[in-house]
Design a binder for this molecule. Structure first.
Ligand code: ADP
Ligand code: MG
Ligand code: MG
Length: 882
């Protein structure tokens, strides 16, 4: 095995595609050398050494020492210096470098090789002040990073020294001052460690190399790897590189840059530099850095000269190289450079991190410039990051008075007056006020309040709590589970850490971070740029999956259209039942003792449902619309107060006791596995009949008004057996015939089912003999496959993910191995008896990029997700097809 790879002087043993072996930094240093760019010579110790080191009780392969010596000698030759030599010493930096850039790894050590002898050589060859300034920097860094002597020790000594000698700035210190400080620094190290600061450069070098490899297993690195799913087996590389000095006076400098603006994407060099400074000074914020370009300087109104003016030749060279690198890597680059006495050196290049907005613009412009293809551009934008663009965000410049933090349950920011009930939210909204609905937790009867509110804040509940799921569906910002909130519904107050807020007080929530802020904080509205539409257009050309939306209100349906939905994949009719004008009739229907009672309530509901569907069909103009029959447990609609019960009794014309008795009869221990779904339609066919009638009559009306054929897809929920499906199917088809006879119209429609119980997936072949389409209801399917109640999962799913029992929350991203297997079975068996069966998915997973990729692979026809996630699904579907 070869353990060491050299680079420098226009060539290298490695190259860019050897990241696994050389780490990102090492591979790109090699690539830049190969491109003939000015890179200080050096070498990379491979990640395989790291693997070896841990497999062999923290020891190195036998050949390593020799290879490092040889590489050092080669670097010495290229630089005309010699490592450890007392007359012309080579100084190096030691830099860690994993495959993916990884905070948590060892910090870089600069100026390694300095000791009491070599410092004098540097003083003679260059400048005495510079030499001792470098030496004290080296002692500080090496002690901090390698020896574990914290840098504050040295900062205190420095502060004390400055005070004693009447200096204020570091630049006030002379060569003698730094020399005196070096003596004090070394004494401090000896006092702390009981042994002197290492003087032997080779000992220094191996100490630093060992520290890099050890840092692979430090707590910070381990946590970072866990959070970003980076396997431990990857290991890190070590880069040893000859030093170039940005601290050699006014014609020297160090800086960082992006080839394009990382927050806006604008195609203009963007970055900062510092004159007479070394490496980390720029990031450390010791002095305020200067702008690179004149344009940026003017825009910032700074009076410090830009690099363009201060170091014009080096700047021109840097500008040229930034183009070379961008063209070569065909992506925006993040660069580090140093200018030593007017000569430019490149120290790092990598693809730059960027905001979603910048990612879009850069991808589209790179394609327009011909650097990448349209398809590559589609692959360059993270679908999940689009969320950032579709919602308002808190102005980064605004002051944040954080009063509590909960879970970032649904993205976007919202501000409004505090209200504590859904009814109040609705009432205030009608008066034109903006409100935040604050609840301990929400339940289905809060839906109208959630619709009316700008955002939702709850004290209890996880990422898949009712509030979180519904808010995401509505595209409303939501912070859930802010445990520090004390909500007093009687007093109508919200107390948090001793601070009390009343109803009507203004707050702001940030659903992207989970923060709750006092007052109304300034916000930036989302603006969908031309690039957004362009990239989406390219995505649409590639994808195979269709994308529909889950929507029932006209507002959601319109939103879905504007985001490019190609139909509605799930319209939850029960959501229409909570509206103020209807809930009474719904309660009458449920609490009626007999069919006659139910029918008279249903007669009141029919025209309302019909109107709903007419509007949906009209908005969707001939696109497919899937309407699901009533699904949730009936108890969700029951009255909550004595007043409401009395109201229902009165309008049914019975006494209160009878209503209460019926109420008790409907009580269930486990409603999610109880009287719901098709079970309702089977027990009370008149309900399904009313809904089917509303759908078909609406189809006839909308076909006339739009001039487009309306093809409703009627969906039966929670089927376990074919027999169940057949019963409901017959009710629907009989109703269709009746409507055809009454109206003289011919209806085209489909009847299908949800596959959301394991049994339905297993018996799909049989069920597909009746059902004309399947929609995989993966929320319930996950619930029933795992035997985990989604509403109660918050308390134990978190630890499951932390302990690695589950990689991700299966309600957020589909469990490919288990739930996915059921979907696959459903697809295969369904197609056996009906080859052209239409297959889709609805539920939270339809908007999750990883789940969308899975849907593409198993060959579904479409995914359906909440309107705000439609663009995410379109892009994810395209990437799956690339
Ligand atoms: P990070 O990954 O934290 O950026 P780096 O190894 O890239 O760590 O380096 C830290 C700083 O030191 C950077 O500003 C870099 O440009 C600078 N640096 C690294 N090696 C050298 C060198 N050989 N000569 C001069 N500066 C260097
Ligand atoms: Mg760096
Ligand atoms: Mg369901």
């Amino acid at each position: 095995t070869k353990w060491v790879y050299t680079f420098g002087d226009g060539k290298a043993e490695g190259k860019a595609d050897m990241k696994n072996l050389l780490g990102g930094k090492g591979a790109n240093l090699a690539e830049m050398s190969n491109l003939g760019l000015p890179v200080p010579p050096g070498f990379t110790i491979t990640t395989e050494v790291c693997t070896y080191y841990y497999a062999h009780g923290q020891t190195y392969p036998a050949e390593l020492k020799g290879e490092v010596e040889a590489a050092l000698a080669q670097v010495g030759q290229l630089t005309g210096k010699s490592f450890g030599d007392a007359s012309n010493p080579l100084l190096v930096s030691v830099r860690s470098g994993a495959r993916a850039s990884m905070p948590g790894m060892m910090d870089t050590v600069l100026n390694l090789g300095l000791n009491d002898a070599t410092v004098d050589a540097v003083a003679r060859l260059a400048d005495r002040r510079f030499a001792y300034d470098s030496y004290r920097r080296f002692i500080t860094m090496y002690s901090d990073v390698v020896l574990g002597v914290d840098h504050h020790h040295f900062e205190e000594i420095l502060e004390h020294y400055k005070l004693q000698h009447g200096h204020t700035l570091d630049t006030d210190l002379s060569a003698d001052d730094w020399a005196a400080l070096v003596v004090k620094y070394k004494a401090k190290v000896e006092a702390e460690l009981g042994k002197p600061f290492p003087q032997d450069p080779h000992e220094q070098l191996w100490g630093a190399i060992g520290a890099v490899f050890s840092s692979w297993m430090n707590a910070r690195a381990i946590t970072y790897r866990r959070l970003h799913s980076i396997p431990e087996s990857w290991g890190t590389a070590v880069n040893v590189q000859s030093m170039v000095f940005g601290n050699m006076g006014e014609t020297s400098a160090t800086g960082v840059a992006f080839t394009r603006n990382p927050s806006t994407g604008e195609n203009a060099l963007y970055g900062e530099f510092l004159v007479n400074a070394q490496g980390e000074d720029v990031v450390a914020g010791i002095r305020t850095p200067q702008d690179l370009t004149e344009k940026a300087r003017k825009a910032a109104g700074s009076d410090k000269p830009s690099m363009e003016v201060a170091l014009p030749d080096a700047f021109k060279e840097f500008e040229r190289i930034s183009h070379v690198l961008e063209n070569h890597y065909r992506d925006m680059q993040d660069l580090e450079f140093t200018v030593e006495k007017g000569k430019l050196w490149m120290l790092q290049t990598r693809s730059g991190k960027r905001t979603a907005k910048a990612a879009l613009r850069i991808a589209v412009e790179l394609a327009a410039e011909g650097l990448i293809t349209e398809q590559e551009a589609v692959g360059r934008v993270d679908p999940a990051a689009l969320d950032q663009l579709l919602h308002p965000a808190i102005d980064p410049k605004a002051e944040r008075k954080v009063i509590a933090t909960g879970l970032p349950a649904s993205p976007g920011a919202a501000a409004g007056a505090i209200v504590f009930s859904a009814d109040e939210a609705e009432a205030w909204k009608e008066q034109g006020r903006k409100v935040i609905l604050v609840r301990v937790e929400t339940s289905p009867e809060d839906i109208h309040g959630m619709h009316a509110a700008q955002g939702i804040l709850t004290a209890r509940g996880g990422m898949t709590s009712h509030a979180a799921v519904v808010a995401r569906g509505m595209g409303k910002p939501c912070v859930s589970g802010a445990g520090a909130l004390r909500i007093d519904n009687a007093a109508q107050t919200l107390t948090v850490n001793g601070q009390t807020f009343k109803k009507g007080d203004l707050i702001t929530i940030d659903g992207g971070t989970g923060q709750v802020l006092a007052g109304e904080v300034a916000m930036l509205q989302p603006e969908l740029s031309g690039e957004f539409a362009t990239l989406m257009g390219w995505a649409d050309k590639v994808r195979k999956l269709k994308v529909r939306a889950n929507a029932e209100t006209p507002a959601d349906a319109r939103m879905a259209r504007s985001f490019g939905a190609e139909g509605i994949g799930l319209s939850r009719t029960e959501h229409m039942f909570f509206d103020a004008g209807r809930i009474l009739a719904v309660r009458e229907m449920i609490l009626a003792d007999d069919e006659a009672g139910r029918r008279s309530a249903l007669a009141k509901l029919l025209p309302m449902q019909r109107d709903d569907f007419v509007e949906l069909f009209e908005i969707m103009k001939g696109l497919p619309v899937t309407i699901r029959l009533l699904d949730p447990p009936l108890h969700e609609f029951l009255p909550h107060t004595a007043e409401e019960t009395a109201e229902v009794a009165k309008s049914l014309g019975v006494d209160i006791e009878r209503v209460e008795r019926r109420y008790k009869e409907l009580h269930e221990v486990n409603p999610m596995l109880g009287f719901r779904g098709c079970r309702i339609a089977i027990a009370f066919p008149e309900i399904a009949e009313m809904q089917a009638r509303a759908i078909f009559e609406a189809a006839v009306i909308a076909a006339k008004s739009t001039g487009e054929a309306v093809v409703p897809e009627v969906m039966v929920p929670l089927i376990a057996t074919k027999a169940e499906f057949d019963i409901v199917d017959k009710v629907i088809r009989d109703t269709a015939k009746a409507v055809e006879q009454e109206t003289g119209a011919t209806l085209t429609f489909q009847v299908g089912t949800m596959i959301e119980l394991p049994r339905a997936a297993l018996r799909a072949e049989e069920i597909a003999k009746g059902a004309e389409f399947f929609s995989f209801g993966t929320n319930d399917l996950t619930q029933t496959c795992f035997g985990v109640s989604r509403d109660d999962a918050g308390t134990f799913l978190g630890p499951y993910v932390q302990k690695g029992i589950l990689e991700v929350d299966p309600f957020v991203s589909i469990d490919v191995d288990g739930v996915g297997e059921l979907v696959k079975i459903g697809v295969e068996r369904g197609r056996k008896s009906r080859p052209d069966i239409k297959l889709g998915i609805c539920g939270e997973h339809g908007g999750d990029p990883a789940s969308v990729a899975f849907c593409h692979e198993v060959g579904l026809n479409y995914v359906s997700c909440s309107p705000f996630r439609v663009p995410i699904a379109r892009l994810a579907a395209a990437q799956a097809a690339l």
